[in-house]
Unconditional design. Structure first.
Length: 249
């Protein structure tokens, strides 16, 4: 039985809300939610699994919101399906790791994200992308799925980098596909974590309420405000992740 300090549930809701807003239009929300779950007393493996409930509902919420304007469901479905085999493998491996090893890997991932964030950002050319599912693209999608199933932290950055840098999509279009891809590979991952008993359901549901609400509001604002709003939240998410890496909070 894990004893959660009084008041942490309220904190978890607001942390989930913030993470949902960030993840809906950029990435990096899990680098906020995972440490909070661990701070609440959850072992790293249990925190990893519990976090997926929030990711599942926020991705579903964002996708429904974006569907009002973007109608490329078939393409999103193909992207999502190609990530699933990797996600299954990643989640299976993650559930068999010790908490100590997972925490070490998480620390290494956080450092890598830090390196990525301090590197000069590349300006992607905007093109009317014609998507080709060649060996390279399929391989990248499998790896994205694997990482999403295994760790999740920062996967939004990776997806956007792929869709913009490799596929050459504009940011709004890329983001609409990103949220469905996250939903697609989270489904099998979540099932695996449930079967492995790596879920704290109460905390997961509290997190889900916050992330869903934040993701819905953020997605609606993105549709109204356009690419500038998404870029604004990219800057905010980068700032929050950087502050976390510098142990400011």
């Amino acid at each position: 039985m894990i004893n959660i300090p009084f008041g942490f549930e309220i904190l978890l809701f607001f942390v989930g809300f913030l993470a949902g807003m960030i993840n809906a239009v950029s990435g990096g929300g899990s680098i906020i939610t995972l440490p909070v779950l661990i701070l609440m007393g959850l072992p790293a493996g249990l925190a990893n699994g519990t976090n997926r409930i929030g990711v599942f509902f926020q991705s579903l919420s964002s996708f429904i919101a974006y569907r009002e304007k973007y109608k490329e469901f078939k393409l999103s479905l193909i992207f999502g399906l190609l990530t699933i085999p990797g996600a299954i493998a990643g989640a299976l491996i993650s559930t068999h790791l010790s908490n100590a090893l997972y925490e070490k890997i998480l620390a290494a991932v956080v450092i890598l994200i830090g390196v990525y964030l301090v590197l000069p950002s590349k300006k992607f050319e905007q093109e009317d992308a014609i998507v080709k599912f060649n060996f390279l693209n399929v391989s990248i999608l499998l790896l994205i799925g694997f990482y999403g199933g295994f760790m999740q932290v920062g996967v939004g950055f990776i997806i956007l980098a792929f869709l913009q840098g490799v596929i050459k999509m504009d940011l709004m279009r890329a983001n609409s596909h990103k949220v469905f891809m996250a939903f697609a590979f989270t489904v099998p991952s979540l099932i695996i974590f449930i079967l492995a008993g790596e879920i704290h359901y109460l905390n997961g549901l509290i997190l889900a309420v916050g992330t869903s609400l934040g993701a819905w509001i953020s997605s609606k604002l993105a549709l109204k405000k356009g690419e500038k709003f998404i870029k604004f939240f990219l800057v905010i998410s980068v700032l929050l992740v950087s502050l976390k890496l510098l142990k400011v909070y």
